[in-house]
Design a protein around this ligand. Structure first.
Ligand code: GLU
Length: 458
């Protein structure tokens, strides 16, 4: 199973081509740095650059006997708060630049949600849809062996990401374990299968984290059009590891899932999609498109649907300057990493559409990864209710600190958004801080504080 991904590539393409992933990170960061005038310039430079970048080229023998070269990457962005942490993705668009940008996101995410990890990311440029299980296993094993001791339970800990899953993590663990016999290697990777050190609740943790952040935000923010998830119309882009879980959990919480999508396109039903039928249909046909009693729509149509909550759970750069003006949701919840471009972010902010940023909304995955790592080190297995209760506490706390910091940055004294914030933004206050800026400010403050407490060596 993999993160099935929808692509609104036409609209996203021009901006994505112009803006490199690292530049996206820099633009988002700049807004946070602007709020932190006292921050040392050297510290800013330090936080902006990855600590270590690895590129590996390696051969794999394919099923037909041919030999094919693959490119892999692992970027360790920061170890200030602890060992590097972040997923491994298999996708044709994986590049060193993309991985570096995503590694930085992991640093901010871990700092914000307060797990003792730095940020990292890895990937192999390949098309998993065209590879057999055998070939995927060979790629994974060879990639991990090439990374050698650059990963480890206390240095850099991989996890699943786009088009990688429990099975991939089992191969990662096994390869590393063969290379390091005679010690507890379980904490070298998270997102493992349950019977080999995986955690209860990890599989659905990203989606569950999205649910908890949305729930808490709605309770705090007082958006007049969206009081709660119950009866909210929800549109989800992507129906893979994250999107399918998000859809199910939001439906179970009483939402109407108006539309979902995958790489082939989207489907819409104003009374709500039958998700069990959609999953079965996707299993049988490889796509949700064509599900009876639904209307087929494009990914662009899907993003522009009128709804209460829009959840991009696919690739990055799906909401871009070309389509941000068409968004008719009351709230955007970023289940994917980097789905909103900086230009789109500014447009949505100006239009008064709050965006729960990726480093908060999708931090449930890395949070339960942290729980898995702790369980592996302590040789324990927590039950599902314990994991979910701990996750909920972390996510609620994350929303609380971001919301409070945002109100402080925006100089809001009343507790709700609508009366005091959205209207002024609609009056075109372009410099108004976003929730993303507030989240980044918290992360950067934590990282700079710890850097100074540790001191620069030597
Ligand atoms: N790939 C996930 C993310 O982007 C999870 C990372 C992890 O668990 O280390 O947050």
């Amino acid at each position: 199973m993999s993160d099935s991904v929808s692509t609104s590539q036409d609209a996203a393409a021009s901006e994505a081509h112009e803006l490199k992933p690292l530049e996206v990170v820099e633009q988002h960061l700049q807004q946070a740095f602007d709020c932190l005038q006292d921050l040392d310039r050297g510290l800013i430079a330090m936080l902006s650059q990855p600590k270590r970048v690895m590129n590996v080229n390696f051969p794999v023998e394919m099923d037909d006997g041919s030999l094919q070269m693959f490119q892999g990457y692992r970027v360790l962005h920061s170890q200030i708060l602890g060992p590097g942490k972040g997923g491994i993705r298999f996708h044709p668009q994986v590049s060193g630049e993309e991985v570096a940008g995503l590694a930085a996101l992991m640093t901010w995410k871990c700092a914000l949600i307060d797990v003792p990890f730095g940020g990292a990311k890895g990937g192999v440029t390949c098309n998993p849809k065209c590879l057999s299980e055998n070939e995927l296993r060979h790629i994974t094993r060879r990639y991990i062996s090439e990374l050698g001791d650059n990963i480890g339970p206390h240095t850099d800990i991989p996890a699943p990401d786009l088009y990688t899953d429990e099975r991939t993590m089992a191969w990662v663990y096994d390869t590393y374990d063969i290379m390091h016999r005679g010690r507890n290697n379980l904490p070298v990777v998270t997102g493992k299968p349950l019977d080999m050190g995986g955690s209860q609740g990890r599989l659905e943790a990203t989606g569950r984290g999205c649910l908890y952040t949305t729930e808490r935000f709605l309770a705090k923010a007082g958006l007049c059009d969206v009081e709660s998830i119950r009866n909210a119309r929800v549109v989800i882009q992507g129906f893979g590891n994250v999107g399918a879980v998000v859809a199910r959990l939001f439906r179970d919480a009483g939402a109407i899932i108006l539309a979902i999508s995958d790489t082939q396109g989207g489907i819409f039903n104003e009374d709500g999609i039958d998700l069990d039928a959609a999953s079965a249909f996707k299993q049988a046909h490889g796509t949700v498109v064509g599900l009876p009693e639904t209307r087929t729509i494009t990914n662009q149509d899907l993003l522009g649907l009128e709804c209460e909550i829009l959840i991009p759970a696919a690739l990055s750069h799906q909401i871009c300057c070309g389509n941000a003006k068409n968004i008719r949701a009351k709230l955007v919840v970023e289940a994917a990493n980097g789905p909103t471009s900086p230009a789109a972010d500014r447009i949505l902010n100006r239009r008064g559409i709050p965006v729960l940023p990726d480093i908060l909304a999708n931090a449930g995955g890395v949070t339960v990864s942290y729980f898995e790592w702790v369980q592996n080190i302590e040789n324990e297995q927590w039950d599902l209710s314990e994991v979910n209760a701990k996750l909920k506490r972390k996510m609620y706390h994350g929303v609380d600190v971001v919301f409070d910091r945002w109100r402080q940055l925006a100089k809001i004294t009343t507790p709700t958004i609508m009366e005091t914030v959205v209207k002024p933004i609609q009056n075109n206050q372009d410099t108004f801080p976003s929730l993303r800026t507030a989240a980044l400010v918290i992360a950067i403050e934590r990282l700079s504080r710890v850097t100074l407490e540790r001191g620069i060596w030597p």
